[in-house]
Design a binder for this molecule. Sequence first.
Ligand code: ATP
Ligand code: MG
Length: 357
Amino acid sequence: MSRNVLILPGDGIGPEIVAQAERVLASVNDRFQLGIDTDHALVGGSAIDADGVPLPEATLSKAKAADAILLGAVGGPKWDGLEMAKRPEKGLLGLRSELNLFGNLRPAILYPQLADASSLKPELVSGLDLLIVRELTGGIYFGQPRGIRELENGEREGFNTYVYSESEIRRIGRMAFDAARRRGGRLCSVDKANVLEVTVLWREIMNELAAEYPDVELSHMYVDNAAMQLVRAPKQFDVMVTGNMFGDILSDCAAMLTGSIGMLPSASLDENNKGMYEPIHGSAPDIAGQNLANPLATILSVAMMLRYSLDAAEAAEAIEAAVGQVLDQGLRTADIHADGKQKVTTEEMGDAVLAAL
Ligand code: ATP
Ligand code: MG
């Protein structure tokens, strides 16, 4: 079976970190006989420079045809002056909506070798391995009506609409239950059902789904408590599922528990587990082109891609084990460097992962 992966290096450190991830993908493709073909396209600032738009038609049609997409990062100061609708970030948002990537999966894993980088005490986070499933294409970020309007008394008011249909809740719920089933079997649904009707419906649908997943243990938590519990005792969680805005906030919060923006991958999936995979960090213009960036978040994004979109869990595990090994060897890019460890470049880190594989 041949599978097609579209590679979108993007801007800033994107091309450097994606180059290392591609080497890793090629290596497991050979070793596990995965039959993966790769293709490349432009998105973001590099697409603006070449074609005048952040998401060219050619990129979009390749993305639609691909089984999975690996993205580096987009954006940078060069394009900051452009009006909102023409910015590099629009390329990313366009891909998410055109491909209907409604489910965002963000693992927060603390590698024991990096325990001292966490914002929490080592005993609270050692062994931390949680997954946040965030709804990405609905909720208050997209709800209509929205805007700023003038009232009769001459004062203005700003307004947004927090809306989820049953089917939107059900599909993100299923994605989360499926993920929980593959992991520790526990799912915590986060809402504000004591205040917001939309989340009363959310909770109802989650309970309905629970009947279909007797092997998954479902619990509910209000978002304020969930934020507190995340920084108090994060290891109580296995999988968390929540709406767009709550997920935005909670997933950044969970990322900090692992202390290392350069280590965290993410996936954005559609109904058929087709997905776009990218590191959670941005294009880091401050270190671009210097062979300094940590490629591990992108390499771990390849592992997620193999697991969720390409049905190659064994290859995913091999990559994750190789990343563990290079950390064991004491190799660190600048962002995760500590006393007594060996500082390496982007390329050297890629070399080490390949050798470990
Ligand atoms: P975005 O708006 O795209 O999320 P951002 O402004 O939030 O971008 P990042 O690009 O993620 O910021 O960079 C934040 C900081 O983290 C910068 O100092 C950057 O150099 C650093 N950083 C980000 N990614 C990496 C990486 N892979 N390796 C090393 N440092 C990184
Ligand atoms: Mg950011």
